[in-house]
Design a protein around this ligand. Structure first.
Ligand code: AMP
Length: 572
């Protein structure tokens, strides 16, 4: 069955099914990504029923990649990028060499020639932007040094892919082989090859220089100008135009990939915190498009290869997961990074996606790679994305063994799968969220002599608190087990210092159910939230905006009565 309007069909069915399957996955406590992939398989051409337009889905997914990488660039600074270069450039190149060699061995076992092996191996070495950024965001490590290291690694992989894509056509003659795998002798024009390489690197250099010299001034200035029009809608449009425009120009004029182009677009905005925040708020579409990425990968997958190509597929999957992760882990340890950093980045890169599809498609078009490679690469991609969340959980257990100082329950990334520690405190205060509000409250509670347990979701905050000797339960307080871990049943005071009113209401209600006598104080931003929280069991609700107004009024009142000159605002 096909429908009149393929774009709408894909948006409605793709997003709708992704939502349903994702929600089911969430309920079963597996990653929603698995649900999105299965939604793709369901509307793909290899399963009965509705078949969505399979040329549209990858284009929508590209929009997702552009917005994602633009957002990633926003959180990077040029300084980070330069300081990372010393590790990620040699590290990623070495990892690509190792994974390519493993892929070539597998290809040799399947009877393919050296050229086919080379392209096949390279396709297995390059991770997917979407999967990695999702994993980093889910674990709240995108804005941390190790998150940056992982993204830097990916950027080098992306650059290598761009080079491989331009070098493949002139080298195709050399890499082609006959059916028995023997190379077909064909002369290679080394002058053309050198020229292609020089042009590609030259264009890339010009693009970077333009972005850093012109873009770095022009883009923030443009956004500031638009901000002054006072129209939020125009501002959002401007941000979207910059993100998509830079990526498009990068790809069309400079031969740089969409992902790299968008990354640099975000990067030049990152130096100004204001434009960074504003731009960040203007990308609400990003997540929906990123979901379409997974749907589009699922659509390409033919489940039959699981049966027809079982062993080669398992071999390919092993290279992608064990090969890549092992290489990244060892290389990072060699560079002196901690086991915990190395594990996080290694597992994050133990998957393949969009770059591998582009590379293998080109290889097949040029007759370098056999058609059979397509299914193996797609199959390994979907399986590696499918397995990625589980690998994180597994790695976490291994890490707990490797780092005997930490008890298993204390390790963070796999906390959903681990026992939640149990607080032994009684008559204590439980503080939820240790951000801008929670930190101030927490410090004061401790000063006031309260025994304190903090519940916090962000891994880095948890680690800092632990280092400072504060008792913390890591996880989402809306999860009853996490609340019980803080021994809410015997607590006296609950302070809910998180910004989301709905979540706070759920937490307050749950706490009241477990401990009817607990005193709860919560935080809100709107009148409706205040009512909601009170109805759900909060004794006192502090509305942030009202307190800000109160402090401002107080300031104005004091100014009116005092004769002392007001402090001068800081320049800038
Ligand atoms: P802020 O808005 O700066 O006060 O930060 C809020 C803090 O609360 C952040 O550190 C979040 O990681 C944390 N947080 C938000 N929601 C939850 C939740 N449901 N459970 C635990 N921590 C949370």
């Amino acid at each position: 069955m096909t429908l009149e309007s393929p774009l709408i069909a894909i948006l409605v069915l793709g997003l709708g099914l992704a939502f349903i399957f994702g929600a089911v996955a969430q309920r079963l406590r597996i990653s929603p990504i698995v649900g999105y992939l299965l939604a793709g398989v369901a509307i793909g051409p290899f399963t009965p029923g509705f078949v969505a337009d399979s040329s549209l889905a990858p284009q929508l997914a590209d929009v997702g990649i552009i917005l994602l990488m633009f957002g990633v660039g926003l959180h990077f600074s040029l300084k980070d990028l330069f300081s990372l270069g010393r590790i990620v450039v040699p590290g990623a190149i070495l990892q690509i060499v190792v994974a390519t060699a493993l892929g070539m061995s597998l290809a040799w076992w399947m009877g393919w020639g050296i050229g086919a092996g080379l392209v096949f191996g390279l396709s297995l070495a390059i991770g997917s932007t979407v999967v990695l950024t999702r994993a980093l965001n889910d674990r709240h490590v995108m804005d941390t040094p190790r998150g940056h290291l992982a993204v830097g690694w990916l950027i080098v992989q992306d650059l290598v892919t761009v080079l491989a894509l331009v070098l493949l056509p002139p080298l195709a003659g050399l890499l082609r082989a006959d059916v028995n795998g023997a190379p077909i002798p064909e002369a290679v024009d080394f002058a053309t090859l050198a020229e292609t390489l020089a042009v590609t690197l030259g264009l890339f250099g010009i693009f970077i220089a333009l972005m850093l010299i012109v873009g770095k001034r022009a883009i923030p200035a443009f956004l500031h100008y638009v901000a002054h029009t006072g129209s939020r809608e125009l501002f959002r449009l401007a941000v979207l135009s910059v993100a998509l425009g830079v990526a498009f120009i990068a790809a069309q004029l400079f031969g740089v990939s969409f992902a790299l182009g968008a990354f640099f677009g975000g990067l030049v905005l990152s130096e100004s915190e204001l434009s960074q925040r504003a731009a960040e708020e203007s990308l609400p579409l990003r997540d929906a498009f990123a979901v379409l990425f997974f749907v589009s990968v699922g659509m390409l997958f033919n489940p039959a290869v699981l049966l027809t190509e079982t062993w080669p597929l398992l071999g390919t999957l092993a290279v992608v997961t064990i090969g890549n992760a092992g290489a990244v882990f060892l290389i990072l340890r060699m560079f002196g990074r901690t086991t915990s950093d190395a594990v996080l980045i290694a597992v994050g890169l133990a998957q393949i996606g969009e770059f591998s599809f582009i590379l293998s498609d080109l290889g097949i078009d040029l007759d370098v790679l056999p058609e059979r490679a397509r299914n193996l690469i797609l199959g390994a991609s979907i399986l590696s994305i499918f397995l990625n969340p589980a690998l994180f959980a597994l790695a976490d257990r291994l890490k707990a063994r490797l780092e005997p100082r930490k008890t298993r329950a204390q390790t963070l990334e796999g906390r959903k799968h681990e026992a939640i520690p149990q607080s032994a405190l009684k008559d204590h205060a439980v503080l939820i969220g240790y951000g801008r509000v929670g930190q101030l409250v927490g410090e004061d509670l401790v000063r006031g002599g309260w025994p304190l347990v903090v519940i916090e979701d962000a891994i880095d905050v948890v680690e800092n608190l632990r280092a400072g000797g504060v008792e913390v339960i890591s996880g989402n307080a809306a999860d009853e087990r996490v609340m019980r871990g803080a021994n809410i049943a015997e607590a006296r005071l609950l302070v809910v210092a998180i910004p989301n009113g709905f979540e706070a209401g759920q937490i307050a209600e749950q706490a009241r159910r477990i401990n009817p006598n607990i005193e709860t104080i919560a935080r809100a931003h709107f009148d409706a939230e205040v009512d909601y929280l009170k109805r759900h069991g909060a004794n006192e609700v502090i509305m942030g905006e009202r307190e800000i107004a109160r402090a401002m009024m107080e300031y104005a009142r004091v100014r009116k009565t005092s004769t002392v000159a007001a402090p001068q605002p800081e320049p800038g």
